[in-house]
Design a protein around this ligand. Structure first.
Ligand SMILES: Nc1ncnc2c1ncn2[C@@H]1O[C@H](COP(=O)(O)OP(=O)(O)OP(=O)(O)O)[C@@H](O)[C@H]1O
Ligand SMILES: [Mg+2]
Length: 608
C-alpha cells in the first residue's frame, strides 16, 4: 500500500505550503472530467452501502439462528443470497470505478504531458545548455506518472475512506453505542504505530528512489553510443563495472531495508488485529451475559465491523503524508510549466514574408548567462543581400556566437540585429526561422530514414525535388547505393554514415529548405581530398542566390567570399576582401600564413 509514494522521492523532502492557489490549480485539472468524477463518487457511495451487507447479514443470521426462535431455513437462504449478491455487486462496482478513475488520471496525465512538452519546445537554447537532459526527461515521465497515484490513491481514496468510515460508524451506532465507543477507543493504539511506519517507509522509499535514478542516469551515460565509445577507447570496462556494482549493491540494500519495514508493519498489524477484537469480546461478552446486547451484535462488532473500521482509519492516518506528497508532485510540475520563456514573439510582431537577405549587426554585445566575459563586444557589420560573408578568427573568438544570435537562439544584451532593416526582435520567431537555414558543424540526423531526414526541412517536397536537392549536394549517388536507398535508416546519430556523407545530407536538407539566409559552420575535420572535393562541389550551388554567412575553414570559401569578417576575443578586428586584408598585414594575414599558405605551397609543389 505504500508504493504510492514513488514520485515524491525524486527530490528532497517535500516542502509544500498548502495554499489555496495551489489547490485550486490542481482542481482545475479535474474540472474537465467532472462527469467521470461523478460516476466514481457514485460508485464509492454504492460500494460503501453494499459493503455493509455482510455485517447486517451476520448480525441478523446469528440472532435468527437462536434455536428458541424456531426460524425457517428459507429465510437463511434469502440472507445467504443477499450476501452473494452484495459481493457480486461490489465486484462489478469496483470494476466500473477503476475504469473511470483510470480515465480521469490518464486524461490528466495526457494534458500535463502535452503542456510540458509544448513548454519545453518553446524554451530557449540557453535553457537546454544549463539543464540536464535527464532532469527534463524525469519530469516528463516519472513526475507525470506520479499523477496516476495521486488521483487513485490520494483523492478518491480519501473520499472512499471517509464514506466507508462514516457508514460503518453509523451502522455501529445503530446497533450498539456502547460497543461503538469501545471499538473507537482501540483505534489510537492501532493508528499511532501505523503512522510511524508510514513515515519511515516514506523516507526509505525516498532513498531507494533517488538511488534508482542515480543508477538510471549512470546507465544512460555509459550505455549511450558516445559513452560506450569512450569506455572502449580507454578500456575502462572493469572500472565502470565496479562503479555499477557499487551503485547496484546500495540499491539492493536499500530495497531489503524497505521491504523489512513492511514486514515489521505487518507483524504489528497481526498483533493489534487480535487486540481490538479481544477488547470487544470482553466487553461484549459482559453485555450479552447481563442481557444488554444480543450475540449477533457482539459477534458482528468483533469480526466484520471492526475490520471495516481499521482499514480506512489506517489510510486516513497517513493522509497528511500522502496529501503533502501529492501537492509536492504537482508543484514540481507547475514549476516547469511556469518557467519563463526567455525568447518569444513580442505582441504585434511582424511576419517577415520574403526576405531579401540583408543582415546587419549594430553595436552588438553579448554575454552568455553562465559566463562573465562577453563573447561578443560591440560588433557591427552589414552584409548585402546575396553576399557571401566568411567569418574567420582563432578558436573561441566568437564566430559560432555570431551565427547563434541571428536566428535568436540567444538575444544580445546590447545592440540590434537587423534583417532587411527589421530589428529581429520585431519579427515572429517562426517567420524569422523560415528565412534562415543552418548547417551545423556536427550534423545531427534523426534516427529514421534518409528520406525523412531530408524531408524534415520541407515535409511537402516532392520526390523529384528531394532527389534534385540530394543531387545538387552530391549526395544522391551514395544514398542510392545504400542498402535501402532513401529508405535506409540512419543510426541513432546517423552513425552508419561517414562524416563527409552526413555533411552532404545536411547540405541537401538545407537546399530543400531553400532559405534566403544560409548559415554554415564548415567542418574542420580533415576529410580526404575526394570528400573535400565533393563537399566543395555541394556547397557551390548552395551559396548561389542567397545571403550566406560561413564560418570558413576552407581557402576556397574564403577566396570566394565578398567580405571576410575577422574576429578576435569577441571583437570584430578586421573586415574586407582577401587581398585587402593580406595587404593590411594584421591578424588575418598571420592566420592566413599559418593555416593556408602551407597548403597552397604544398599544392604548388605537387603540381610542379
Ligand atoms: N553556451 C555557452 N555558455 C558560456 N560560454 C560560451 C557558450 N558557448 C560559447 N561560450 C564562450 O564564448 C566564447 C566564444 O565562443 P564561440 O563558440 O563563439 O567561439 P568560436 O569562434 O566559434 O570558436 P571555434 O572556432 O573554436 O568554434 C568562448 O570563450 C566560449 O568559451
Ligand atoms: Mg565555433
Amino acid at each position: 500500500m505504500y508504493w504510492r509514494h514513488d514520485w515524491a522521492f525524486s527530490g528532497d523532502k517535500p516542502k509544500v505550503k498548502v495554499e489555496w492557489r495551489l489547490l485550486r490549480r490542481v482542481f482545475a485539472y479535474f474540472l474537465p472530467y467532472w462527469p467521470s468524477a461523478l460516476v466514481v463518487l457514485a460508485c464509492i457511495g454504492v460500494a460503501a452501502a453494499v459493503g455493509l451487507v455482510p455485517a447486517i447479514v451476520t448480525r441478523t443470521l446469528i440472532d435468527y439462528l437462536d434455536p428458541r426462535r424456531h426460524g425457517h431455513v428459507s429465510f437463511v437462504i434469502v440472507l445467504i443470497l443477499a450476501l452473494v449478491a452484495a459481493s457480486v455487486a461490489g465486484g462489478l462496482i469496483g470494476v466500473l470505478q477503476s475504469y473511470f478513475s483510470n480515465r480521469i488520471s490518464q486524461s490528466i496525465m495526457f494534458d500535463l504531458r502535452n503542456q510540458l512538452f509544448g513548454r519545453m519546445l518553446s524554451q530557449s537554447v540557453a535553457f537546454f545548455t544549463r539543464t540536464r537532459t535527464g532532469d527534463v526527461m524525469s519530469r516528463l515521465s516519472n513526475d507525470v506518472n506520479g499523477v496516476q497515484s495521486v488521483v487513485s490513491d490520494t483523492i478518491f481514496s480519501l473520499i472512499n475512506n471517509l464514506v466507508v468510515l462514516g457508514s460503518t460508524v453509523a451502522l455501529m451506532i445503530a446497533y450498539d453505542w456502547r460497543l461503538t465507543i469501545a471499538a473507537l477507543l482501540v483505534i489510537p493504539a492501532f493508528v499511532l504505530p501505523t503512522q510511524r511506519v508510514g513515515r519511515t517507509t516514506f523516507d526509505a522509499r525516498k532513498q531507494t528512489q533517488s538511488k534508482l535514478s542515480e543508477l538510471t542516469a549512470y546507465m544512460q551515460e555509459v550505455l549511450g553510443i558516445s559513452g560506450i565509445l569512450l569506455v572502449k577507447a580507454f578500456v575502462t570496462q572493469a572500472r565502470e563495472a565496479a562503479r555499477f556494482r557499487r551503485l547496484n549493491a546500495d540499491l539492493r540494500d536499500l530495497n531489503v531495508r524497505q521491504a523489512m519495514i513492511g514486514r515489521w508493519f505487518f507483524m504489528l498489524m497481526g498483533v493489534l488485529g487480535t487486540a481490538g477484537p479481544a477488547v470487544l469480546w470482553l466487553f461484549g461478552g459482559y453485555l450479552v451475559l447481563t442481557g444488554q446486547a444480543s450475540v449477533g451484535v457482539v459477534v458482528t462488532f468483533a469480526t466484520v465491523l471492526l475490520s471495516r473500521l481499521y482499514g480506512p482509519v489506517a489510510s486516513l492516518a497517513n493522509l497528511q503524508v500522502n496529501v503533502i506528497g501529492s501537492l509536492a508532485l504537482f508543484q514540481r510540475l507547475f514549476e516547469y510549466l511556469d518557467l519563463p520563456i526567455e525568447i518569444e514573439d513580442r505582441s504585434g510582431a511582424t511576419v517577415l514574408q520574403h526576405a531579401r537577405g540583408a543582415a546587419a549587426f549594430e553595436q552588438v554585445t553579448f554575454t552568455y548567462s553562465s559566463a562573465v566575459e562577453p563573447a561578443l563586444r560591440d560588433v557591427s557589420f552589414s552584409i548585402e543581400p546575396g553576399q557571401l560573408a566568411a567569418l574567420v578568427g582563432p578558436s573561441g573568438a566568437g564566430k559560432t556566437t555570431v551565427t547563434s544570435l541571428l536566428p535568436r537562439f540567444y538575444d544580445p544584451q546590447q545592440g540590434t540585429i537587423r534583417i532587411d532593416g527589421h530589428d529581429i526582435r520585431d519579427l515572429t520567431l517562426e517567420s524569422l526561422g523560415l528565412q534562415i537555414g543552418m548547417v551545423f558543424q556536427d550534423t545531427y540526423l534523426f534516427h529514421s530514414s534518409v528520406r525523412e531526414n531530408l524531408l524534415y526541412a520541407r515535409p511537402d517536397a516532392t520526390e523529384a525535388e528531394m532527389i534534385a536537392a540530394a543531387t545538387a549536394a552530391h549526395a544522391h549517388e551514395f544514398i542510392a547505393a545504400l542498402p535501402d536507398g532513401y529508405d535506409t535508416v540512419v543510426g541513432e546519430r546517423g552513425h552508419r554514415l561517414s562524416g563527409g556523407e552526413k555533411q552532404r545530407v545536411a547540405i541537401a536538407r538545407v537546399i530543400l529548405k531553400d532559405p534566403r539566409i544560409l548559415i554554415l559552420d564548415e567542418a574542420t575535420s580533415n576529410l580526404d581530398s575526394e570528400s573535400e572535393y565533393l563537399i566543395q562541389a555541394a556547397l557551390k550551388p548552395l551559396f548561389r542566390g542567397r545571403t550566406s554567412i560561413v564560418i570558413a575553414h576552407r581557402l576556397s570559401t574564403i577566396l570566394a567570399a565578398d567580405v571576410i569578417l575577422v574576429f578576435d576575443r569577441g571583437r570584430l578586428v578586421e573586415q574586407g576582401n582577401h587581398y585587402r586584408l593580406l595587404q593590411q598585414g594584421g591578424l588575418y594575414a598571420r592566420l592566413y600564413e599559418r593555416q593556408f599558405q602551407p597548403l597552397e605551397r604544398a599544392a604548388g609543389e605537387l603540381l610542379a
